[in-house]
Every structure is written in C-alpha cells, then in structure tokens.
Design a protein around this ligand. Structure first.
Ligand SMILES: O=C(O)C1=C[C@@H](OP(=O)(O)O)[C@@H](O)[C@H](O)C1
Ligand SMILES: C=C(OP(=O)(O)O)C(=O)O
Length: 432
C-alpha cells in the first residue's frame, strides 16, 4: 500500500494558493446541461474523479461533451437520456450516483445498470428508489433491495406528490428536484421531518435557476414547475470544502496566514460557513477585493460546540481543529456522517485516538479533548479523501504521521498533494 510520510512544518509565515472548483456545483451543472436542449458551456468544471465519472455516465446516455480550453461544451439530450443496455460505474460518488439514478429514470430505450465501489453499494438509496418508483419508474435492485447495483428500465414517469425523509441524505431531494421539470405536470416534494444538509438543496435550487427553472419553496414543500432547462453558460467557483483544509493551517500551527486567491468570501456553498466557524475558534478572516480570502492567527484555538447538521463535510477539518484547540470541542447534529465514504465519526475517532487525542463518540458527532502532545502514527484513510486531507493538515503540527492510500484525495481534490508540498518550499529541510 502506498503511504505518505508527513513531517511537522517548522517555518510558516504566509502562503497563498488557488483551489480547484466545486465538486457539488460541477455535478449539478452537468445534470442541468445534460437535460437541457442545445449547447451549454461549463466553465472551470472540477476535473476530479467524481465529476468525471458522472460525465462518462452521461456520455453513455447520449450527452455530447466537447472539451475546450476553459471547460466543456455540453449538448444535452432534451430530457430523454438513452438507455442502451450499458453498465455504468460510479465509483463511490454518492452525489453523482443519486443524481444519475433519478436522471436515468427519465430514459428511453432499454435499460442501464448502475454500480460502484463496494461502499457505494452499502450507502442508502432506498428513499430515492421508493420515491422514483412512486412516480412509476421501473428500477430493479440487483443484489439487495434499496441498494446499488440497480437496473433502470424505460418508464413513463407520472407526476405525483412524493414524500421523502430529510435526515438520511439531501442528495435524494436534489436528485428529484433536478428531474422535476421533466415530469408531465412537474413535481411536488414533501420533506418528512427535519432536512439535514439543507444548504446543499439550496445549492441545487440556485443552479437550477441559473439554467432557467425556478422552484417554489414553502417550508417543507418544493413545487417544481413542468418545463425544461435552458442551455446556459455556467462558471464553477472554487470549492468551499476543499478550502477548509488550507484555511485551517494557521489555526493548526498556531501562527501565520493563508490566502486563497480564487475563493469567493461571499459564496453560498454549504461549507462556506467554515469562515464563521474559524472565527469561533479565534481565527481572523478577511475578504480580499475583488476575490479571495485570508485567514490569519496567532496563539492556540479555543474549543467550542458546533452543530454540523448543514455542513457535514467539514467534520474531519473541524475534528483536527478540535484536536489542537484548548479545551473540549463538541461536534454534533450530524448522524448522516455515518453514511458517507466511510462512517466518518467512527473513522475520525479511531485515528485521533491513535495519535493520543482523547475523544468520545456520540451518535451524531464527537467530543474531542484538545492537546499539544501527539504520538507518531500510521493513519488509515478508509478510501475517504476528507480523512486523508484533514490528517495531512494535522500532521503539519502533530507529525510525523503516515497517511495510507494518499491517492484517495483524487475524488474531489486531484492536486491536493502538489499544493500541500508547496507549504514546505520556505524550508527545504522539511521534506515530505
Ligand atoms: O449534494 C451534494 O453535493 C452533497 C451533499 C452532502 O451529502 P448529504 O446530503 O448526504 O449530507 C455532502 O455531504 C456531499 O459531499 C455533497
Ligand atoms: C460525502 C461526500 O461525497 P458523496 O456523498 O458525493 O460521495 C464528500 O465529498 O464528502
């Protein structure tokens, strides 16, 4: 197994960098442009594993992509994906798999099979499959009911009111919102109970509006009018979840400043809330005109209590901040972390314990007792990009740490290690 050994970073003053684009927004733009009539242009798409898997799956249903210098031109299928008996692989792309499943239920032709990594087959799909079946979709679960792999047949979807639980994954709701305009009378979606990861649903609504469809929202009800996406030009901004790793560095090291040159301080992505959370830890945050953000810090972060219900992907980054903070940090409100690339609560608890950080697992989060003495350790990453990236940043202070399977960052952040290694440029003795 490949391993990356990371030594503590001794010298750190000020560092600036540019980040790759948003994974969530790229995948939404892919679906909207794939369904649209005519040619759209996606500028600065994220070219990482997950969006590329979704792009290949869309190509197999008749969407035409033409690579240009700054992105792709996309010729859509006008609401009719072609199902041509192909078998499509979606890795462990939860967002892409759920969006594509709903998209393929609009299909014409024969059938297609969708499958992925073993972990994707374990992740919940049942609420989405049931909702699609209630709209008359024909979906067979090929191994276990309610899970991938699935076979999706041509079906004539009808408009019904669908109800979905809000606490498993917001991706089910986003997936249905994205196909809603293509049902004969549009679609009405009711959310049962609380909606977790709501900010991601807001991101879906925003991209749909950019492609010409406005959804009406009344508390827990969504009304999607019948219609179609308009071919559009969509530019994908820098990814807020990816930003969190580098923005955390001054707090992890207790000194210095980081500038992200292409990160929009005002972006409405779910994880942009990290800029506020940094302030709660005691960090200072400053927007840069016309675009960019700087975080600076001196001292030791203060522990706190944080509800991650709407920003679960920040959990690994928040946990490493808790590990160096003074006092007891409580991360709570996010039971859906157990359905991600791995059970992230268990994984982070196990790996922090290995380096000597005291933790207590909660059903919906973690209590972390911050320290300043860490043991060298080998970190298992569970094929989870966010665990690899968060522990790499923690190793800048708590190293040496060995990160297993470092290439798993390719899911969302293909040049993570290249940007990470540049942190050592000021001190050539600190080599990876
Ligand atoms: O819609 C999206 O792009 C995402 C929604 C979130 O998932 P859940 O809604 O399952 O929490 C998030 O964790 C995931 O990384 C991306
Ligand atoms: C949970 C994630 O992605 P997905 O659900 O799309 O696999 C993630 O990127 O942290």
């Amino acid at each position: 197994m490949e391993i990356k050994k990371i030594l503590p970073l001794k010298k750190f003053y000020r560092h600036s960098l540019k980040l790759p684009s948003s994974k969530s927004l790229t995948q939404r733009a892919l679906i909207c442009s794939a369904l649209a009539r005519g040619s759209s242009f996606i500028k600065n798409p994220l070219l990482s594993e997950d969006p590329l898997l979704l792009k290949s799956a869309l190509e197999a249903t008749g969407v035409i992509f033409e690579g240009k210098e700054e992105g792709f031109e996309v010729k859509g299928v006008e609401g009719f994906p072609r199902l041509n008996k192909s078998k499509l692989y979606l890795g462990n792309n939860g967002t892409g798999a759920r969006f594509f499943l709903a998209y393929s239920a609009l299909g014409k032709g024969d059938w297609i099979d969708l499958y992925g990594k073993e972990r994707l087959h374990e992740r919940p799909m049942s609420p989405l499959i049931s909702a699609l079946r209630s709209l008359s979709a024909k979906i067979d679960c090929l191994e276990q009911e309610g899970h991938f792999p699935v076979r999706v047949y041509e079906g004539n979807l009808r408009s019904e009111r669908v109800s979905l639980p809000g606490y498993v994954s917001s991706q089910f709701i986003s997936a249905l919102l994205l196909i809603g305009p293509y049902l004969p009378l549009g679609l009405e979606i009711a959310i049962e109970g609380e909606l977790f990861s709501k900010s991601y649903v807001d991101m879906t609504l925003e991209v749909m509006e950019r492609f010409g469809v406005k959804v009406e929202v009344k508390s827990n009800l969504f009304y999607i009018p019948q219609g179609s996406f308009k071919a559009s030009i969509y530019e994908v901004p820098a990814d807020a979840s990816s930003a969190s790793y580098f923005l955390a560095i001054p707090l992890i090291l207790g000194k210095g400043s980081i500038i992200i040159e292409n990160f929009d301080y005002y972006t409405k992505q779910a994880d942009s809330v990290f800029l506020e959370l940094i302030k709660d830890f005691g960090g200072m945050v400053r927007p840069i005109d016309p675009i960019g953000v700087e975080v600076f810090f001196e001292g030791r972060p203060k522990a706190g209590s944080f509800n991650l219900r709407d920003c679960p992907d920040l959990f690994p980054t928040m946990a490493i901040l808790g590990a160096v903070a003074e006092g007891r940090t409580v991360l709570y409100g996010a039971p859906h972390l157990r359905y991600k690339e791995t059970d992230r609560i268990k994984a982070v608890a196990t790996e922090l314990s290995k380096i000597g950080v005291k933790v207590e697992e909660l059903p919906d989060g973690l209590i972390i007792y911050g320290g300043d003495n860490f043991n060298p350790a080998r970190i298992e990453t569970y094929d989870d990009h966010r665990i690899a990236m968060a522990f790499a940043i923690l190793a800048l202070k708590a190293g040496p740490l060995e990160i297993e399977n470092p290439d798993c960052v390719a899911k969302s952040f293909p040049n993570f290690w290249e940007l990470f290694e540049q942190l050592y440029a000021e001190d050539p003795s600190d080599r990876l």
